[in-house]
Write a protein that binds this ligand. Structure first.
Ligand code: CO8
Length: 260
């Protein structure tokens, strides 16, 4: 499928999905959200897509937020619908079997930070700037930020970021546990691809079920989460990947996983 505002490239199972509206700092308009929803759906059911790297086109921005020009004309109902549309993209990312790495190459503001938080983890460029400036526009985060950020870093730090609208450096994002790693800009993509390749080389059913257990377990009591984990763990023993992974260990050879 051809997209107007997205670039999609698959290199040996590592898909780079780039938001491509550099003239508007890759801000998310309604059309881009529709395309993103479609592309993620398509990739989720593409066996050739093993890991997704999500990034923004150009040197300056990952995504500088939802499209303010488009939002400036919205009615309350349209704002609600637009918010739901963005939220549904973030929720879909959390439910995907495919791991998503956000490569935050520049500004990740508002809906852009929400998009990064919707991924499974974040790698940031040393020059990235992150924040939730929504309150400076008379609104609040609306693509899941008030839910995902406090779950990730706790309510107090999330409150400070969201209530002030201040923009923080990549190093601060690292210290606060928003980014897993910070790299010099010129190394960022290569380092993300190394991690993506490490994930693409293991048993992807194990990765998919672990993602499911982590995401759903966070909404359960610990005991229910343990029970859920056990049920997914048990299912993995019915897969070819488990036979291959353990067989390869016993035979002292490298496992050749098929994702089946
Ligand atoms: N929306 C639309 N256009 C944008 C956006 C945006 N978020 N960000 C930048 N642009 C455009 C600019 O308007 C400009 O276009 P033009 O040349 O046509 O005027 C172009 O991108 C380049 O931007 P700047 O000239 O402003 O570049 P600077 O280097 O001077 O500044 C900044 C870079 C600091 C990133 C600045 O562009 C900025 O502050 N952008 C807005 C950041 C922001 O406030 N983001 C949050 C938006 S709100 C949001 O994301 C809500 C999410 C939840 C929605 C729920 C709906 C209910």
């Amino acid at each position: 499928m051809e997209y107007k505002n997205l670039l999609i490239e698959n290199d040996n199972g590592i898909v780079t999905l780039t938001i491509n509206r550099p003239q508007a700092l890759n801000s998310l308009n309604s059309e881009t959200l529709t395309e993103l929803g479609c592309a993620l759906y398509q990739l989720e059911y593409d066996p050739a897509a093993k890991v997704i790297i999500l990034t923004g086109a150009g040197e300056k921005a990952f995504v500088a937020g939802a499209d303010i020009k488009e939002m400036s004309e919205m009615s309350a109902y349209e704002g609600h619908q637009f918010g739901r549309k963005g939220q549904n993209v973030m929720l879909a990312m959390g439910k995907m079997r495919t791991p998503l790495i956000a490569v935050v190459n520049g500004f990740a503001l508002g809906g852009g930070l929400e998009l990064a938080l919707g991924c499974d983890f974040i790698y940031a460029s040393a020059k990235a700037k992150l924040g939730f400036p929504e309150v400076t526009l008379g609104i609040m985060p609306g693509f899941g930020g008030t839910q995902n950020l406090p779950r990730l870093i706790g309510p107090n730090k999330a409150n400070e970021l969201i209530f002030t609208g201040k923009v923080i450096t990549a190093d601060k994002a690292l210290a606060w546990g928003i980014a897993n790693e910070v790299f010099p800009p010129e190394e960022l993509m290569a380092r993300a691809k190394e991690t993506a390749a490490a994930i693409a080389g293991v048993g992807l059913l194990g990765v998919a079920y672990a993602k499911d257990a982590i995401a759903n377990g966070l909404n359960m009591t610990k005991e229910d989460g343990f029970r859920y984990e056990a049920s997914l763990f048990g299912v993995l023993f019915a897969t070819a990947d488990q036979k291959e992974g353990m067989g390869a260990f016993v035979e002292k050879r490298k496992a050749a996983f098929t994702g089946k």
